[in-house]
Design a protein around this ligand. Structure first.
Ligand SMILES: Nc1nc2c(ncn2[C@@H]2O[C@H](COP(=O)(O)OP(=O)(O)O)[C@@H](O)[C@H]2O)c(=O)[nH]1
Ligand SMILES: [Mg+2]
Length: 256
């Protein structure tokens, strides 16, 4: 069972962070380690995370960033730290701190990586369908569908749901390469990850993005209050699609 280090970005999460659920997960899954990235929080997040770390010091680590740089950079810093400190055969990922996706969802996502050696990344998606418990606010759901359509038109990548905060990766050269530079987008770095990976894979010619990335519907997702994302950020997200499209040529050239 390869170890899995899960990066959990936290910006002012002191009131929302449910420490007991994280402790329960590390106790239940011997392969799981947590790396919380405190992204320059101005509330008590640092103290809350230190108390959590003290409870399971060998399984829970924290990275405290001095200044708030946004989720994209916090996740990048966390995943980069995992790359230097863990084994090449290992797994990593990132997960939203509010546990909209419960940590029990890790089992099925991880199982796909074990069963499918050809797959590099397994990304959770929020597919509303019978037999699944996916509860979202209608506005967020429909904006999400619209965004996926726009993203597919602008970038030609047919992802169903790039913005779900439940994603796993292999610790491979592909991941290290796409993390090498800071993201240009603040809101939709997940789309930028796919675009960068597309460039790297086109260069190495070993596989395609469609083969390397597997979108897997979650069994359970539940809307949590206290989101820092506003509906108005939808416009920012659309603008960033164009930024990513412009940067794509630069990135693909850098891979050549
Ligand atoms: N590092 C960092 N994380 C953030 C920031 N804003 C949000 N997050 C984290 O991103 C995750 C998802 O945030 P949330 O507000 O629930 O967004 P939503 O679920 O997409 O509505 C949580 O783990 C947050 O702590 C930020 O400025 N910096
Ligand atoms: Mg959330």
């Amino acid at each position: 069972m390869p170890p899995l280090v899960l990066v959990v970005p936290c910006f002012n999460e002191a009131a929302r962070l449910d420490g007991a659920r994280f402790i329960e997960a590390v106790d239940r899954y011997p392969w799981l380690q947590l790396l919380f990235v405190n992204d320059g929080s101005t509330d008590n997040t640092e103290q809350v995370l230190r108390a959590l770390q003290d409870q399971r010091a060998t399984r829970i680590a924290c990275l405290h960033l001095a200044r708030n740089g946004g989720k994209a950079e916090a996740v990048r810093q966390g995943l980069l730290q995992v790359q230097v400190s863990t084994h090449e055969d290992g797994l990593c990922g990132f997960w939203d701190a509010d546990l909209s996706a419960p940590l029990t969802e890790l089992v099925a996502l991880r199982e796909t990586l074990e069963r499918r050696p050809d797959v590099q990344w397994v990304w959770g998606i929020r597919l509303r369908a019978l037999g699944r418990q996916v509860t979202r606010r209608p506005l967020r759901h429909y904006l999400g569908r619209l965004f996926a359509t726009c993203s597919s038109i602008v970038l030609g990548i047919d992802s169903y749901d790039t913005q779900c905060g439940a994603k796993l990766f292999r610790n491979s050269a592909l991941l290290r390469t796409v993390l090498a530079e800071p993201f240009r987008s603040r809101w939709i770095f997940d789309v930028e990850l796919l675009t960068r990976a597309q460039g790297v894979l086109a260069f190495t010619k070993q596989t395609t993005l469609e083969q390397a990335v597997y979108e897997q519907p979650l069994g359970h997702w539940e809307h949590r209050a206290g989101s820092k994302v506003r509906s108005a950020d939808f416009v920012n997200a659309l603008r960033e699609l164009l930024v990513i499209r412009n940067a794509r040529a630069h990135w693909h050239r850098a891979c050549d």
